[in-house]
Design a protein around this ligand. Sequence first.
Ligand SMILES: [Mg+2]
Length: 141
Amino acid sequence: MTGVPEGEGGSVTLDMLKQIMAQFAKERDWERFHSPRNLLLALVGEVGELSEIFQWKGEVPKGLPDWKEEEKVHLGEELSDVLLYLVRLSDMCGVDLGKAALRKVELNAIKYPAAKVCKEMKEDSEIPAAPINNGSGIEGD
Ligand SMILES: [Mg+2]
């Protein structure tokens, strides 16, 4: 559709998306509109559209087994809008998003060591459940 070939194994890379978005904007003379601020606001708007899909549905199970096919297609479209604006914003800010994301994962691993986090979660699960307020004004009855 875009004339840009998929990567090896059919995978799509951030760099491919970056190039596609740059070409897309250039062909439409939209580069002049793609300032970091404009792209950030567009990204936030798309996050709003993504949020609308989940609005009022309550908690939904992983894999969305009860969703209609057209709902999943719409979800994919809004997720893509968010990703594409994020990739474009990163490009216009001179940030290598892939490298920045890998670095952030490493920083998170240092901040949240798996062994420590798992130990803390296990300890938390051993704490008795908090009394439930049933609306009577008396907790735990
Ligand atoms: Mg959208």
